[in-house]
Write a protein of this length. Structure first.
Lengths: 333, 292
């Protein structure tokens, strides 16, 4: 069986769940712990990637480059990884991240817009970094369409293609079809990133592995946007029982989740009604907390805002449209 | 007038020039035989595939729009036009000359040989930042420009960083914000979404109050509407603490590109407004014939 490579994104996707409030001390403990548990790639940046600190996506409490430097000092074997969304982050941000010890970057675009990643993937490869083509909101395209855009990213020099179910909308069968289609279309490995909005994160990750994915995203305690991501200590246990080699320290991850992540969680990572609606309506997971805020401000039901965002087919990065939707719903009353 | 670069932007510019009282379409120049060249020729416009060379050889051209690429403007077109004494209105992100956002700083530009039209997102948001800044000050201005995937050509797609970096800088230089940040998002929804922009400003003096801010924003939208009739408020200014939020939408005039491409319409409309002002000035100075 293939060896499964883990990308822990507690310090990136999990950043949404703590409203981008990570401190140098927290990231040092978590990154160091993950490294000791054998996680090969440890992702850290603002939840919306490098340069994401903003009014629109939430301001980082501590500058992400300071966090990267702190984490880098505690990583001995793994690769410090950052996310970058073209249109938000820039190549200049990537150079800065490299200076802080980042050695892999995942360049993320909406599933149909891969060509905006060329500039950044090429720059990363020129800097000697590992570069990952990261496709968001893969529920919004067919397996055939995804296979074609994956080929584009491969042609820019991506080292593997990561398929993200950013809305937590997919179910295992639709994950398998997407992974298989991309596997057949490209020579590089395929990965998968789940959200648990419909309670499918672990099942979908397992389906991805069974369909041939060899990179899996996960987070301690599932800390992440919406209902969170695939819980790393759980998937580690599941894959161990299924006989896959992960190189992960199962008990070590359990302890790290309990001791380092649980105490800093502002709310339990459960599937509340808003998260469920994200998955059901196909809305980008990191919209959730912003929707709760807008609903409170405009005295609206969060569900109504989420459904309207889904109907308008908003994509990752359009958090600003939450205010637009709330305002229009309020006017329409 | 000449247009260099007969693509979508160049063709739309041509139709806007046809409508102008002050401008006459003298030439469409490209580097290969293309649809855009044929289109211009079918309207009786002189065409050439010799690029900027053909433009500088014409002695009657006074202003040229450069709708090619940043590299071409920097290395070829900009220097050639300058040498020939032809004023460049640069629609690429080359930003050789000063930024021009007509509703904000057109009156201040005088005698420059090369002016830059920033970006579509810049044209759509900088006037609002400036309107807020002139009454309440702006410590920080952030904008999110959302354009439909169909209206983002290969040039935009290959130059995402140029977009964010040029817009961020112009938010500071023209919008008068101490610090600027620009974000661009492409949305592939079909039917395509109309260009929408969110503007968020941290003001310096919140005691000014929302009424003065709203009045200043409305005033600049009136000015913008003179050259971009489809520019309107979606969410009028909201003041929370020291943060102002405004959302605007830009519907294009549908000259050559469909109405949802407000992004392409606004940068072209701004370029034409700038050219008209300059042509008017040239005519007044010479008291002579129409400028070509």
């Amino acid at each position: 069986m293939n060896k499964i490579n883990f990308v822990d994104t507690t310090l990136r996707d999990g950043s949404h769940a703590v409203r981008h409030s990570f401190t140098e001390e927290q990231v040092s403990v978590i990154a160091g712990g993950l490294d000791q548990c054998g996680v090969p790639m440890i992702e850290l940046s603002h939840g919306d990637g490098l340069g994401g600190s903003s009014f629109t996506y939430g301001l980082s409490k501590v500058n992400e480059f300071d966090l990267l430097k702190a984490a880098s000092r505690h990583i001995k074997n793994g690769k410090l990884t950052a996310l970058l969304l073209p249109g938000i982050g820039t190549i200049e941000n990537l150079h800065q991240a490299y200076e802080c010890g980042v050695r892999a970057v995942r360049v993320a675009t909406h599933v149909t817009e891969a060509d905006v990643s060329a500039q950044h993937i090429i720059a990363a490869k020129d800097m000697g970094m590992m570069a990952v083509g990261f496709l968001m909101m893969t529920h919004m395209a067919t397996p055939e369409q995804i296979a074609k855009v994956a080929q584009k990213m491969e042609s820019y020099g991506a080292d593997y293609i990561n398929l993200a179910d950013s809305a937590g909308y997919l179910i295992p069968d639709s994950v398998s079809k997407r992974v298989e289609a991309v596997r057949k279309a490209v020579k590089i490995p395929v990965g998968f990133h789940a959200h648990n909005n419909l309670g499918m994160a672990v099942a979908n990750s397992l389906a991805a592995v069974e369909a041939g994915a060899t990179y899996i995203d996960a987070t301690l305690r599932g800390l992440g946007a919406g209902a969170g991501n695939t819980q790393i200590e759980v998937i580690a246990g599941v894959l161990k029982r299924c006989g896959y080699e992960t190189g992960l320290d199962f008990y070590g991850l359990m302890d790290l989740a309990q001791n380092a992540v649980e105490p800093l969680m502002p709310r339990p990572q459960v599937i509340d009604n808003g998260s469920l609606m994200l998955g059901y309506a196909g809305v980008y997971s990191s919209f959730l907390l912003h929707v709760y805020e807008a609903a409170k401000k405009y005295d609206l039901e969060p569900r109504d805002i989420l459904v309207e965002l889904g109907e308008r087919k908003m994509v990752g990065g359009q958090e600003d449209m939450i205010i637009d939707v709330a305002y229009q719903l309020r006017q329409g009353r | 007038m000449a247009v260099i670069g007969p693509g979508n932007i160049g063709s739309d510019l041509m139709y806007k020039i046809f409508r102008s009282k002050y401008l006459e379409m003298g030439m469409m120049a490209g580097i290969v035989e293309s649809e855009g060249i044929k289109r211009a020729a079918s309207h009786g416009v002189a065409v050439s595939t010799e690029g900027v060379k053909a433009v500088v050889e014409r002695k009657d051209i006074q202003i040229a729009f450069d709708a090619t690429s940043a590299l071409a403007h920097l290395n070829v077109n900009g220097p050639a036009l300058k040498e020939a004494g032809i004023l460049s209105i640069d629609l690429t992100p080359a930003a050789v000359g000063p930024y021009c956002v007509p509703s904000v700083n057109l009156a201040q530009l005088h005698g420059e040989s090369d002016i830059n039209m920033v970006t579509c997102g810049g044209q759509a948001t900088i006037p609002i930042v400036y309107a807020i800044s002139r009454v309440a000050g702006a410590a920080y201005a952030e904008i999110v420009a959302c354009i439909s995937s169909k209206s983002a050509g290969p040039g935009t797609r290959a130059n995402m960083d140029e977009f964010t970096e040029t817009t961020s800088k112009a938010l500071e230089v023209v919008g008068s914000a101490d610090k600027g940040k620009a974000i661009i998002v492409l949305n592939p929804a079909d039917p395509p979404l109309t260009m929408t922009n969110t503007i968020l400003v941290r003001i310096k003096d919140s005691s000014v109050g929302i009424d003065k801010i709203t009045a200043s924003v409305n005033e600049i939208i009136d000015e913008l509407n003179l050259y971009v009739p489809g520019y309107r408020l979606r969410v009028p200014p909201i003041l929370e603490g020291d943060q102002v939020t405004v959302i605007v939408q830009v519907e294009g005039q549908g000259d050559f590109l469909p109405a949802y491409s407000g992004n392409l319409d606004i940068i072209n409309a701004a370029a034409v407004a700038a050219a008209e002002k300059i042509a008017e000035r040239m005519l007044n100075e010479k008291g002579g014939a129409q400028s070509k």
